[in-house]
Design a protein around this ligand. Structure first.
Ligand code: NCD
Ligand code: ZN
Ligand code: ZN
Length: 427
């Protein structure tokens, strides 16, 4: 063994006082007593699996004035996330083998934590799905227009699901129906206008189309950032191959809240009513929602500071997601079991990676948390290149230490890790 760590550890749904042995970056033993020369005792703290964020936009390549893989993955590390999965709406879009390889090569030089990538599917590259599968962890489809999105005609869903099935990779979907969005489009001055311009009906139509096209194919389908009661109702009796996610912002904010500046909270799908928000929270607690995803979609303050109608949709969140929920778990708003399922266990099941659980043979990715260290989120303490947060002032608990593959990336809330340590996960 290379090192051992000791403390109150989350194993199989319970906390146990134990020691974890680590060899070559993996967990090699879990016992009551283990002690190597390099031994860390985290008495008085808790040890949890590090989180996985299945939904980030690191804007790299092409839009690196907003974010890039270095500050993006640094922010992830500070927020207790050991692995991120990057979306394809970069410039160029990652819709070819070449653009996937280029993104991976460049991200390897910059990443502080591990990462994976999605290949975007558009009407033009459905035939290349087998080839793209060699370089991606999953696929992404946009059924409706959003920031720099890729066009996809929903008539192609069935054929696409059939092709993706044989790759054994999941497909993640932005579920807002484009025809519906076009029909309701308004000139917008506020968050309420944005909500009315992209009504729940559009999410409902998209999810209906997905369910119809998926039929009895067993393709793994993940519906991203669910936002409405209507969408939720359609997923109540879904088959096992279909999962869904929700973001912190849709759980915490509504279009009617007194949010300032309004433009910072312009996001797709839009923030909706308090009924929607509450229903999402109930679904989060009772297990109807599988995954928490940040949809970290940074834009610069300058870009977010124009006429409401013209500003791009999207807000940052990779660093604050786990800390917000650690605070909620402390306050018993959500159980530790549900939180770990949503941030660690279900994401690794979806993406089939050896992380997310404290278990023999898995990557030694942990966070150490001192539950007494509550704080308020402040943009000046965060690390995304965009420099602002929609969660300003909210209570959170950041991890004190973060281990990725047995390496201490963060110690005493400070970064020890290096750029280029992050690996293309699974390689
Ligand atoms: C995302 C972006 O900016 O890339 N924007 C957003 O409002 N969520 C795209 C997306 O996920 O829809
Ligand atoms: Zn989206
Ligand atoms: Zn997104």
């Amino acid at each position: 063994m290379d090192l051992t760590i000791e403390g109150k550890t989350y194993i199989n749904g319970n906390f146990e006082d134990c020691c974890i042995g680590i060899t070559d970056g993996r967990i090699s033993a879990i016992k009551k007593i283990l002690k190597e020369d390099e031994h860390y005792n985290f008495r008085g703290k808790i040890i949890l699996p590090a989180g996985i964020d299945i939904h980030v936009h690191f804007r790299d390549p092409g839009l690196t004035h907003k974010e890039d893989f270095s500050p993006g993955t640094m922010a992830a590390a500070y927020g207790g996330i050991s692995c991120v999965f990057d979306m394809p709406n970069t410039v160029p879009q990652t819709i070819t083998l070449r653009s996937l390889s280029d993104k991976i090569i460049s991200a390897k030089k910059r990443a502080y934590v591990d990462f994976g990538v999605y290949a975007g599917i558009t009407d033009g590259n459905i035939k290349n799905i087998d080839e793209l599968a060699k370089k991606c962890h999953g696929f992404k489809i946009y059924l409706g227009g959003t920031t720099n999105s890729l066009h996809f005609n929903s008539n192609n869903l069935k054929e696409t699901f059939d092709k993706i099935k044989s790759t054994n990779k999941p497909v993640l979907i932005h579920a807002e129906d484009n025809n519906c969005l076009v029909k309701h489009k308004l000139k917008e001055n506020s968050l309420v206008d944005h909500m009315n311009s992209r009504p729940a009906e559009c999410e409902e139509t998209a999810i209906k189309n997905i369910l119809k096209a998926s039929g009895d194919t067993n393709t793994r389908i993940h519906i991203c950032h669910l936002s409405s009661i209507e969408g939720l109702e359609l997923l109540r009796k879904r088959s096992k191959n279909i999962s869904c996610g929700v973001t912190p912002h849709h759980l915490l904010f509504t279009a009617q809240d007194d949010l300032k500046p309004q433009s910072h909270y312009k996001v797709n799908p839009p923030l909706r009513s308090n009924f929607d928000r509450e229903a999402l929270f109930v679904a989060l607690k009772n297990g109807l929602i599988d995954i928490l995803e940040s949809d970290h979609a940074p834009h610069t303050l300058e870009e977010k500071d124009k006429e409401f109608n013209d500003i791009p949709s999207g807000l940052p969140g990779v660093e604050t997601m786990f800390p917000l929920f650690l605070h909620m778990a402390k306050k018993e708003t959500l159980s530790f079991q549900r939180m770990i399922s949503l941030l660690c266990e279900k994401p690794v099941e979806l993406l089939n990676i050896p992380k997310g659980k404290i278990e023999d043979g898995r990557d030694a990715d942990f966070i150490v948390v001192d539950l007494k260290k509550d704080c308020k989120i402040k943009s000046e303490n965060l690390h995304s290149k965009c420099g602002w947060t929609p969660f300003e002032g909210l209570p959170a608990i950041f991890p004190e230490c973060v281990f990725v593959r047995g390496e201490k990336l963060i110690e005493d809330y400070e970064m020890l890790g290096a750029k280029g340590f992050g690996k293309f996960v699974g390689e």
